[in-house]
Design a protein. Structure first.
Length: 247
């Protein structure tokens, strides 16, 4: 995704920023091929009623309110419905980060300043000192978002949030009781696996295997099958915990 220009609206202050995606997609991409001739499959927009391929200029958006019944919307009508703060990150409040359940976090963007901006760095340091995050709203890629602005290593990190109605966390389940010994063993197992988060150590093992398979195929070598260890179903929780600790 390309960088997006925006600005932070903070009281009467406007701070121009550039939204830079934090995550990049490193997955190996594949195309669909016709098995018979190995040519790449192309997708066309086809109208079965008129029996013709349809051009982009001849398309409308349609909301289906009954079977085969649609309300038509033009691009202009949808454009006119966009919030007035499009292209602006408007801060509505400042809240403690610990009040926001992490499962509400969606995507992260690093907010950069194209030139030395005193307002940007002042706001950045104010966020750091306050130990609060800025709750904000904006329109990004034709979609309305609430999000948070937080201090991150001398810069500002913008995280979009899911809405309450998008979440499916289910009901709290506290009906299962565990005995003291089982809980003690489980805590010992957790303690034995205690460590530190070191992201540089973690690699996408599946993607690495795909890349190796591509290399093998290019050089005429047979693709090696990944080894899989069969997992046994746990029937005795105590024994499973005790064996895990011994390992």
């Amino acid at each position: 995704m390309a960088n997006v220009r925006s600005n932070i609206s903070f009281g009467l202050v406007n701070i121009p920023v550039l939204l830079q995606p934090v995550v990049k997609n490193n997955d190996v991409s594949f195309h669909q091929l016709h098995k018979k001739c190995l040519n790449r499959i192309r997708y066309v927009k086809y109208c079965p009623h008129c029996k013709v391929n349809v051009k982009e200029a001849d398309l409308l958006k349609g909301y289906q309110y009954e079977k085969e019944e649609y309300l038509e919307f033009t691009k202009k009508e949808l454009q006119d419905l966009k919030p007035e703060n499009e292209g602006e990150i408007e801060i509505v409040s400042f809240v403690p980060l610990k009040e926001i359940e992490p499962s509400y976090f969606e995507k992260n963007y690093l907010l950069k300043t194209e030139k030395k901006s005193k307002a940007y760095h002042l706001f950045c340091e104010a966020l750091k000192k306050s130990n609060l995050v800025g709750l904000c709203k904006t329109v990004l890629h034709n979609k309305f978002f609430y999000g948070i602005l937080r201090y991150f290593e001398g810069s500002i990190l913008f995280t979009t949030l899911y809405f309450e109605e998008e979440m499916n966390l289910g009901e709290k389940n506290n009906t299962v009781k565990v005995n003291t010994k089982e809980l003690s063993l489980a805590c010992q197992l957790i303690e034995s696996l205690k460590g530190h988060f070191e992201p540089e150590k973690y690699h996408d093992e599946y993607q690495e295997k795909i890349e190796q398979a591509i290399t093998d195929k290019l050089h005429g070598r047979k693709v090696k099958k990944a080894k899989k260890t069969p997992r046994k179903e746990v029937t005795d929780l105590m024994k499973a915990l005790e064996k895990s600790l011994k390992k």
